[in-house]
Write a protein that binds this ligand. Structure first.
Ligand code: PLP
Length: 356
């Protein structure tokens, strides 16, 4: 019940034990095709350039940014937690200029501030985190997407924590590049990053004047392995992790996206009611709370480390501590994918009553 990785269904664990084939084996190409179709469906996109980066969410983040930015470009980066800061760091390493739109941790990014920032520069893209795992904030995206489009920039979204846990409509919301992770609400093992790119993003990639800074993440090379008829060797894919990913995606679609989102919301509300009756306060305003990551203030006089240690050692329950300015001040309780479960919630509430 931490901020990820989440629990994994036994079917997914079993899939990982499937005998290995080669990464160019016809059987494995079928696995890749299945994954691509199911990632498109779960992201609600028709984007042809939709695939899985063979590395964790941070590599998905770098894939989006290093492919779309060249030295001298300007990028508006929205920062209200750890992961906005990480994006800004990557943009600087691309040799591009960062124009920051900041909000206090625990608050959403204000569209008015975005509008001003977009007008102050010549933005190639705007990047924003949909679900800030460090604070539990759900960022509304549609208005900011429209502002970004009006400014002629690409709209880039971090959906590592929101993917498969709450509404996320890539095409309808005008998202041009998006990355996620396998280990949160999808409930697959960590280490893979689903990504998708719109035609507008591909056009930017096709018109680059300089080589992409990273060889491994260069889409002009990777796409020959994932897309088109060539299926050229690029790197040795993590075969077992892909088997697991396919099974996890099947489970999501068997449940149905709407049912899955409703389950996440229901268990969030169960936890919220229980925590509030124990006297906890949520960090984030009600309408912007993530259903899969519950950030609550640690009550006065309660020892953060001691309580989390006892939960882990005596009850086998992991919850997350705070990061940055919230270290020692909040707990982050994950209800992601398989871990979004009423039994988990009731067990944690009972354990907290005991420990505190
Ligand atoms: N973005 C967000 C919102 C995250 O929560 C995380 C990880 O927790 C990442 C990016 C980075 O993903 P990874 O740890 O898989 O590299």
């Amino acid at each position: 019940m931490g901020p990820g990785p989440s629990d994994v269904h036994p079917r997914v664990l079993r899939a990982m034990a499937t005998p290995l084939v080669g990464h160019l084996d016809p059987e494995f190409l079928v696995v890749m095709d299945d994954i691509k179709l199911m990632v498109q469906e779960t992201l609600q996109t028709k984007n042809d350039l939709t695939f899985v980066v063979s590395a964790p969410g941070s590599a998905g983040m770098e894939t989006c940014l290093v492919n779309l930015l060249e030295p001298g470009d300007e990028a508006v980066i929205c920062i209200n937690g750890v992961f906005g800061n990480r994006m800004a760091d990557i943009v600087e390493r691309c040799g591009a200029k960062v124009i920051k739109v900041e909000a206090d941790w625990g608050k959403t990014i204000d569209p008015e501030a975005v509008k001003k920032a977009l007008a102050s520069c010549n933005p190639k893209l705007l990047a924003i985190v949909h679900a800030e795992t460090s604070t539990g904030v759900l960022q509304p995206l549609e208005e900011i997407s429209k502002l970004t489009k009006n400014a002629g920039a690409l709209f880039v979204v971090d959906a590592v924590t929101s993917y498969c846990g709450t509404h996320l409509k890539v095409d309808e919301w005008g998202i041009d590049a998006l990355y996620s992770g396998s280990q949160k609400c999808l409930s697959a093992p960590p280490g893979l990053s689903p990504v998708t790119f719109s035609q507008a993003a591909i056009d930017v990639l096709d018109n680059r004047k300089t080589k992409v800074q990273s060889w491994f993440l260069d889409l002009t090379l990777v796409k020959n392995y994932w897309a088109g008829a060539k299926r050229a060797y690029h790197h040795t894919a993590p075969i077992s992790a892909m088997y697991a990913m396919r099974e996890a995606l099947r489970i999501v679609l068997e449940e149905g996206l709407e049912n899955r989102f409703a389950r996440h919301q229901k268990n969030h509300e169960l936890l919220r009611d229980g925590l509030e009756s124990l006297g906890f306060e949520f960090l984030v305003e009600k309408q912007y709370r993530l259903p899969m990551l519950n950030a609550v203030r640690i009550p006065e006089g309660v020892n953060d480390v001691e309580v989390r240690k006892r939960l882990l050692e005596e009850y086998n329950i992991e919850i997350g501590g705070g990061l940055g300015p919230f270290a020692g001040k909040i707990w982050r309780i994950g209800l992601m994918g398989e871990s979004s479960d009423a039994n988990h919630v009731n067990m944690l509430l009972a354990a907290l009553k005991d420990v505190m």
